[in-house]
Design a binder for this molecule. Structure first.
Ligand code: PLP
Length: 370
């Protein structure tokens, strides 16, 4: 009997009744957007859940990143990893700035502060770092580089929902952090995202920039954008939040099981081995090295044959895409660690309702691919 396909992730949903009661409220108030009552409750509840004080909800993280860069007036060079989802660099361009790629750390696969410092020029204005797979960046190291050179430090925290370090939300690091609530992320509002600000003044400035720059009925202060989250998306998020502790705990159990079952396979290394507190187990990436019997791509195909859709996040490198590959910092010789990671990485399916039978099928093939 063939089983249904298993994808790398599967979104979680709130109980339909809980969304329905919020929808009834929307149908009564007729407030559909513009920071309505449900969005305000969602902001407060999410702030409490994450342990942060100043949240601006946005329609998606891509717009959130553009807003964050625009808020700080970044139009020069922005140092960023090539090993990320393409939206990270695209947001830099949409903000009117230019990405400059720096290499990553071979263990965390996050921006290496030493490599960042090598890429600084007179035009550098900011660092846009990514907490890849929810693994915290070297926030102290990056902050020291930013401080030394007077740069803004913005985090693409699309993978980092709920991630904590030393008991604090990772989103309190740097100048601003941007979360994604896309369907494929740890927490979702179908589409959505949030910007975490350090203070209320910044939050209000960001809210204004994301609402056309409107101050009041007759005053428009700046060339703003519309990045608002609707009441519908906020309702989904508000109803889903109570489920998040158990969703992340289930991810942790699944990640532990992968780790235990694959830890002794020659040529394989898990990128985020469990054991860290405060992780969210967004992905379970493995690096398929030379000691493994087949190539990464052969393993990817082998799993596909059985309807098991692992993904090569992130391959190809952003710096290899046609709109970026001519940048001086995109030269292949400049990014050896990122390149190796892109050629070796494979993210195994992990999501809260992954069937244990399917996880055993994945483990069986990865342990014995031929
Ligand atoms: C998903 C993702 C984004 C984009 O998020 P959207 O909400 O879909 O715009 C940005 N950066 C990274 C690293 C991502 O994985």
């Amino acid at each position: 009997m063939t089983r249904p396909p298993v994808y790398v992730t599967r979104p979680i949903l709130p109980p339909l009744e809980d969304v329905y009661s919020l929808l009834q409220e929307i149908w009564q108030t007729r407030i559909l957007s513009n920071g309505g009552p449900i969005l305000q409750r969602f902001e407060a509840a999410l702030g409490q859940y994450l342990g942060v004080d100043h949240i601006s909800m946005v329609g998606n993280a891509s717009m959130g990143l553009v807003l964050a860069l625009r808020h700080h007036g970044i139009t020069g060079e922005v140092i960023t990893p090539a090993f990320s989802f393409v939206a990270t660099s695209h947001a830099i361009r949409w903000a009117g700035a230019e990405p400059v790629f720096a290499d990553i750390d071979p263990v965390t696969l996050n921006l290496d502060p030493v490599e960042v410092e090598k890429r600084i020029t007179g035009r550098t204005q900011a660092i846009l770092a990514v907490h890849c797979y929810g693994t915290p960046c070297d926030t102290d190291g990056l902050q020291r580089v930013a401080d030394r050179h007077g740069l803004r430090l913005i985090y693409d925290a699309a993978h980092a929902f709920g991630v904590r370090e030393n008991g604090r939300s990772i989103c309190t690091s740097g100048d601003l952090s941007v979360l994604s609530f896309h369907a494929t992320k740890v927490f979702n509002t179908f589409e959505g995202g949030a910007i975490i600000s350090p203070d209320r003044e910044t939050k209000l400035a960001i809210d204004r920039l994301g609402n056309y720059g409107i101050v009041d009925e007759t005053t428009v202060l700046e060339t703003g954008l519309n990045t608002k989250m609707s009441e519908l998306n906020a309702a989904v998020g508000l109803a889903l939040l109570p489920q998040m502790d158990s969703a992340i705990a289930t991810r942790a159990r699944l990640a532990n099981h992968y780790s235990d079952a694959l830890g002794d396979v020659p040529g394989l290394r898990a990128v985020c081995p469990p054991g860290r507190t405060g992780h969210n187990f967004y992905h379970f990436p493995i690096l398929v090295g030379d000691g493994y019997p087949i190539s990464r791509d052969a393993l990817y195909e082998r799993l596909r044959q059985d309807g098991l859709f692992a993904r090569r996040y992130f391959y190809p490198l952003i710096s290899d895409l046609p709109m970026y590959r001519d940048l001086p910092s995109a030269a292949p010789s400049m990014l050896p660690v990122a390149r190796r990671a892109a050629n070796q990485v494979l993210c195994l399916p992990i999501f809260p309702d992954l069937d244990p039978v399917d996880q055993e099928r994945i483990i069986g093939i990865v342990r014995q691919p031929c």
